[in-house]
Write a protein that binds this ligand. Structure first.
Ligand SMILES: *Cc1c(COP(=O)(O)O)cnc(C)c1O
Ligand code: SF4
Length: 323
């Protein structure tokens, strides 16, 4: 974070956490270190709306010509006032090298009414999109539907309104055990998103977030779901299932693991375009492993060994096939 709330991890894109509130608070949020108010468990990193912090963010982006793509998130863009939508939009569109912007909001999935009734907000967003179009820059919404039941007649009316205004909406889903971890549910979600002109972009394998182990599932389940839905509709309407393994390698196609041990639940990914030579590890929930895997995790002395074994096999696999 060169400026608090601006993560510049990948070469040409950055994540701007403009504020720290959301219209709803998700149990599984990976940003719960900052999003929402303090809880009994966590004192949070503050990311309030702050003119000086925003100005320093725009100055930093302006100083880095490689930054083409800015994600405006938080928190949630639904919580921004119309004039703040405009301020961010104008500042970023005014930077010559910024070519793409996404306003990230869970809003359409939980409160589509706002798009239909909060005209100043929807109009402010529309004006930024239109100004982007005049400058041949892409301004879109990224949203967060997790289940087909979240798509109602009101959602359809709201998404139709954005469609009529030429606003592209893409969706990012979090794979959750017992919620959307079946081929049938995910297929229905993809179809319903298609009917409301929302493009399924990513399905995230659930991050390792403290306190929500019951919602995580195995990489194997994610792979089965991906295999089951691909081909069910247009390829461009089919989400990519990704793992955002800890350590900064970024989102990786779930199928692209270098090694995956279904007994220990350890999978290994590499990210040659981000950090060549580095390995990133993801861990299936222990309670879903076969007994042998559970037994090894019960012994702390085995932990590093399981990771080392997986790293060695991943290096051998990567080395054998490409280098
Ligand atoms: C997810 C993310 C992005 C955007 O990544 P895409 O794969 O282009 O959607 C940018 N920066 C950070 C830090 C991210 O976590
Ligand atoms: S809407 Fe997004 S940022 Fe807000 S709590 Fe949910 S996952 Fe976190």
């Amino acid at each position: 974070m060169p400026v608090p709330g601006l993560t510049h991890r990948y070469v040409d894109k950055a994540l701007f956490l403009a504020l720290d509130t959301c219209p709803v608070y998700c149990r599984f949020c990976t940003r719960s270190y900052a999003v929402g108010i303090d809880t009994e468990e966590v004192s949070k990193f503050q990311l309030r709306v702050n003119a000086d912090r925003w100005q320093r963010t725009f100055d930093y982006i302006r100083s880095r010509p490689e930054l083409e793509d800015i994600v405006i998130s938080g928190g949630d863009a639904y919580q921004l006032r119309p004039e703040q939508i405009t301020q961010i939009g104008e500042a970023l569109l005014g930077i010559e090298h910024v070519r793409r912007m996404r306003y990230a909001t869970k809003g359409p999935a939980v409160m589509p009414q706002k798009i239909l009734t909060d005209d100043p907000w929807t109009d402010a967003l529309t004006r930024v999109v239109e100004e982007g179009r005049r400058r041949h820059k892409e301004v879109v919404i990224h949203t967060h539907f997790n289940h087909p039941n979240e798509i109602t007649e009101i959602t359809r009316a709201a998404m139709d309104k954005l469609c009529e205004r030429g606003i592209t909406v893409r969706n990012q889903t979090v794979l959750q055990r017992g919620v959307n971890d079946s081929i049938a549910t995910m297929m229905l979600l993809v179809r319903r998103l298609g009917y409301v002109n929302v493009h399924p972009y990513y399905v995230y394998v659930h991050d390792l977030v403290k306190g929500v182990e019951d919602l995580r599932t195995t990489l194997d389940t994610a792979l089965e779901i991906e295999k089951g839905i691909r081909g069910g509709t247009a390829g461009f309407n089919t989400p990519t299932v990704v793992v955002d393994a800890p350590g900064g390698g970024g989102k990786r196609d779930a199928h692209s693991y270098e090694h995956y041990d279904r007994i220990t639940g350890v999978s290994v990914f590499s990210a040659p375009a981000v950090h060549p030579g580095e390995l990133y590890f993801y861990f299936d929930p222990i309670h879903l492993l076969p007994p042998e895997g559970q037994r090894r995790w019960a012994d702390p002395a085995e932990h590093a060994r399981m990771v080392d074994e997986a790293a060695e096999k991943a290096r051998a696999a990567a080395g054998g096939s490409r280098h």
